[in-house]
Design a binder for this molecule. Structure first.
Ligand SMILES: NC(=O)c1ccc[n+]([C@@H]2O[C@H](COP(=O)([O-])OP(=O)(O)OC[C@H]3O[C@@H](n4cnc5c(N)ncnc54)[C@H](OP(=O)(O)O)[C@@H]3O)[C@@H](O)[C@H]2O)c1
Length: 231
């Protein structure tokens, strides 16, 4: 996403835990796009207080943040009732509570600016309750999709000019699923990221990506009997 947004001419404020990869990304981006500004900060989103600090520092440094993408996520979840609460709790915390903290920090900045675009990366797994290793992951992703919709409703009610986009990606081959067997309708990272960035740029409220087949699969998931969806 950073590479595609850089290509579109955006200045970028990026955060994650692995500093050496952020530094390499910054070097690569500035080599290809010397006219943009790229800054990074090391941030572990499980450290909630740091989220507010880092976002506020970026806002002060750049003077204005047009858009914040709540993207950090982990894919580790386990069948419920099998003694793996620790793993499921961590997934719920990173994918929901940390995302909530990022939405809080982002919306505080956007309210002060009276402008902004909040983007939340949910998942197709949010469409229905899913079995096995997808249960906690999907529930957390459904949680942030509802959170984003609630914030969007709040913006409608209060007439604030802040956009909220929820992205529901299908299977995209990245580090999160690098050891998985071939996944249904999977696309490579380039294809998936292009679809995500196009959906974000369109300003859509919600988008399943890539739109084909996932917008159709999404409708099917919502309406088919659970026994079929669970397969
Ligand atoms: N790939 C898919 O098929 C798919 C489908 C639906 C939704 N998604 C969602 O898309 C988002 C991006 O995933 P991806 O596929 O790009 O996986 P990824 O390659 O594993 O990327 C995850 C990103 O999150 C960051 N991150 C993870 N834990 C973090 C933490 N505690 N603090 C700060 N940053 C953290 C990672 O950077 P560091 O490790 O350096 O911190 C990395 O940049 C996730 O929310 C995922 O759930 C992915």
């Amino acid at each position: 996403m950073a590479r595609l947004f850089a290509k579109l001419g955006y200045n970028l404020a990026i955060c994650a835990r692995r500093g050496e990869r952020l530094e390499q990304l910054k070097v690569d981006l500035l080599q290809s796009y010397p006219n943009i500004r790229v800054e990074y900060k090391i941030l572990d989103v499980s450290d909630y207080e740091s989220i507010f600090k880092v976002f506020d520092e970026f806002a002060a440094d750049f003077g204005h943040l047009d858009r914040i993408v709540v993207n950090a996520g982990v894919g580790d979840s386990r069948r419920i009732g099998k003694g793996r609460f620790k793993i499921n709790r961590r997934t719920a915390e990173i994918n929901f509570i940390s995302a909530l903290a990022q939405c809080e920090a982002a919306m505080k900045i956007f309210r002060e600016q009276n402008a902004g675009h909040l983007v939340v990366i949910s998942s197709m797994s949010a469409m229905r309750g899913l079995p096995g290793h997808m249960t906690t992951y999907g529930a957390a992703k459904a949680g942030i999709a509802h959170l984003a919709e609630g914030i969007r409703a709040d913006m409608l009610l209060t007439k604030l000019p802040i956009k909220v986009t929820t992205i529901y990606p299908g299977y995209i081959r990245t580090e999160i699923n690098k050891d998985a067997k071939p996944l249904p309708f999977e696309v490579d990272a380039d294809t998936g990221t292009k679809a995500i960035v196009a959906a974000i740029e369109s300003g859509a409220e919600e988008a399943c990506v890539p739109s084909l087949p996932w917008s159709i699969v999404g409708q099917a998931m919502k309406h088919l009997p659970l026994q079929i969806v669970s397969k």
